[in-house]
Design a binder for this molecule. Sequence first.
Ligand code: FE2
Ligand code: FE2
Length: 260
Amino acid sequence: MDVDTYLERAQRLDTVGIDFEEFGRHPLSNDALRCLRYMHDVECHTVCYLRDLLVTPAHRDPEVTTFLTLWNYEELFHGEAIAHVLEAHGEPAGRQRVSRHRRQMGPKDRLAPFAHGLASWVAGPAFGAVHMAWGAINEWSTQAGYARLAACSGHPVLVELLRRIMRQEGRHIDFYSSRAGALLAQSARARRMTRWALEKLWTPVGASIMPQAEVRFVVSYLFGDDDGREVARRIDRRIDRLPGLAGLHLTEGAVERLAA
Ligand SMILES: [Fe+2]
Ligand SMILES: [Fe+2]
């Protein structure tokens, strides 16, 4: 996926025909809703992740900034769509919930742009590879998380909504993983640095901004059983195929650590 193809295809999530009122008649389980709150908060945080990335050399590459602009746009509508599901269950969501979440973020959030700036300075020319590999892993995990939630919920309206979101996550995966593969293949230093960063610093999507209890719940609920663990191993096999990243067992390791 090159950036021009993505520029042609990127769009606001299509929710035409999604019957959100059906959730009023047939609500989701408490566990599925707890999971969706997490996903809502993480999708809606994308613009803040973008803030942290734009202080790094990522902003100098116009292909990357074009991608990030569209990525941020699409993720916003994933958050909006999940907000509609929560609202259909009588819960506050969207800007009301996001505003509360952002107010509660501690100093770690205020320091995040500085931490990213510093980390990218330390990584030097290898930063692009770290960013793209990290992005690929997070998009693989996100798409897998939605697939697991669809399967666990068994709710036809949610299944259809998540199918549409997953299709867009697939395009994010294509961009991040193809670029990560190319950058890692070019440089031994990039391979070493990316491997080190992932081994030492990577945590599951949302873990840096959500309470630890919620991270543990979501990982346990989606990936804690046999099917979930197999999905985690499948993500690890995809990571293994990126140059220099074989054998990290990141996602299976996270499930081992976090699942109850
Ligand atoms: Fe998303
Ligand atoms: Fe995504």
